[in-house]
Design a protein. Structure first.
Length: 389
């Protein structure tokens, strides 16, 4: 969450923002250590993360951010030369950028399977294929599924993009948008020639970021956020299927790595990403029952946020009074989107403006004035806060 520090500082305050940055970065090593101690092979590789500039307008994007992080003694980013970033990322398209050693990649499904096994060994019952249909929010909390129900004293709801469907009071706090990905056939030799045979995560500096990494079996994955917006925050069928921008992603992959032009793409997919108005997660209690808790807005760096969110939600569930439960992160949504239909129409207009602006920047031409103005309205959904002092 360090790339969101400027925004967090303004909205939740310096102390809470610093705590979230430190906790998120510590989570990288805590997850690794837990997996090692419990023999969970989640294919964890901590080889750092790069944010790269692919055109002149994106050069120096982190300078204001780094100044603030340094001032607060929490900076782990360093700027790389053009030669170094091209060597590190294997792409001549990257002309500037920043590197942090605190980052990497893993296989989330393997992590979840490993955690499930450990939980069951501790006597925790896990019911799969039992999606929540509805819940009763009075003193007797009852969660109803297709084949049964569960009565509980505390209910913790962490269902990501499905949250607005069950918690309508949170609907204006978020907007659902797809993040789309492709994965290649195994191409280990080609990746080794590009020096991409590690767990490094590479992102560009677009608002709708391209992100890229490799897998331990020698494949390359490339994705991009900010594509399909849903009306009224419904989880629409297209979120559970192939990417609608697969051809675009293939062209993007080749633009970064021309030597991969003829490789086979074995699969594309997409899924709903919940983007909060602030750009970072929040936690809170159901307004009608404080024994119903929620965590929401994990998109962007979801694995690390899940770890930190687990600490926060457990403190809330145990009624602890600590730095997390007293923080502004635990006060529910701090900013709201407009209602429908304005939210959806606005999202489409702004998305298209961002696309035109970033295309112009890539061509080294001046974007339209109106597109520059509209793109500023979308800064919360980006992974990097480029706010100037």
């Amino acid at each position: 969450q360090s790339t969101k520090f400027l925004a967090m500082r303004k909205i939740v305050g310096v102390d809470d923002a610093k705590r979230m940055v430190k906790a998120s970065e510590d989570a990288v090593y805590s997850i690794r250590d837990y997996c090692l101690q419990n023999n969970i092979d989640a294919k964890i590789r901590i080889n750092g993360v790069v944010y790269a500039a692919t055109n002149k307008s994106h050069k120096g994007a982190f300078e204001n951010l780094i100044d603030d992080l340094k001032e607060n003694k929490i900076n782990n980013w360093k700027r790389l030369t053009k030669e170094k970033i091209q060597e590190l990322t294997g792409s001549k398209r990257n002309i500037d950028g920043y590197y942090s050693s605190i980052g990497g990649s893993l296989q989330p499904a393997l992590l979840v399977r490993g955690l499930k096994k450990i939980a069951e060994q501790k006597g925790i019952k896990i019911f799969e294929h039992s999606a929540m249909i509805s819940y009763q929010e009075n003193n007797d909390i009852i969660v109803k599924a297709k084949n049964g129900s569960v009565k509980c004293n505390k209910l913790i709801v962490t269902i990501n993009a499905w949250t607005p469907s069950f918690f309508p009071f949170l609907s204006k706090s978020v907007i659902l948008v797809s993040s789309d990905m492709i994965i290649s056939e195994p191409i280990k030799d080609k990746l080794e020639s590009l020096r991409l045979n590690n767990g490094l995560v590479i992102l560009d500096s677009n608002l709708f970021t391209h992100y890229c990494r490799t897998t331990t079996d020698g494949r390359i994955i490339l994705g991009k956020g900010g594509n399909t917006f849903s009306f009224n925050n419904k989880v629409i069928p297209s979120y559970d299927g192939p990417s609608t921008i697969e051809n675009y992603l293939k062209k993007s992959l080749v633009s970064f790595f021309p030597s991969l032009k003829n490789i086979k793409i074995t699969k594309s997919w997409n899924g709903p990403s919940e983007r909060t108005k602030t750009g970072f997660p929040f936690f809170g209690y159901h307004p009608k029952n404080s024994n119903i808790l929620y965590g929401f807005g994990y998109s962007g760096n979801g694995v690390l946020t899940c770890y930190v969110g687990g600490d926060i939600l457990s403190s809330m569930a145990l009624n602890e009074q600590n730095e997390w439960t007293r923080s502004n992160f635990c006060k529910g949504p701090l900013k709201l989107f407009p209602p429908e239909p304005f939210r959806w129409f606005g999202a489409i207009i702004i998305r298209n403006a961002v696309r035109r602006k970033e295309k112009a920047e890539q061509l080294e031409t001046k974007p339209w004035w109106i597109d520059i103005r509209l793109a500023k309205l979308a800064t919360s959904i980006g992974r990097v806060d480029k706010t100037k002092h």
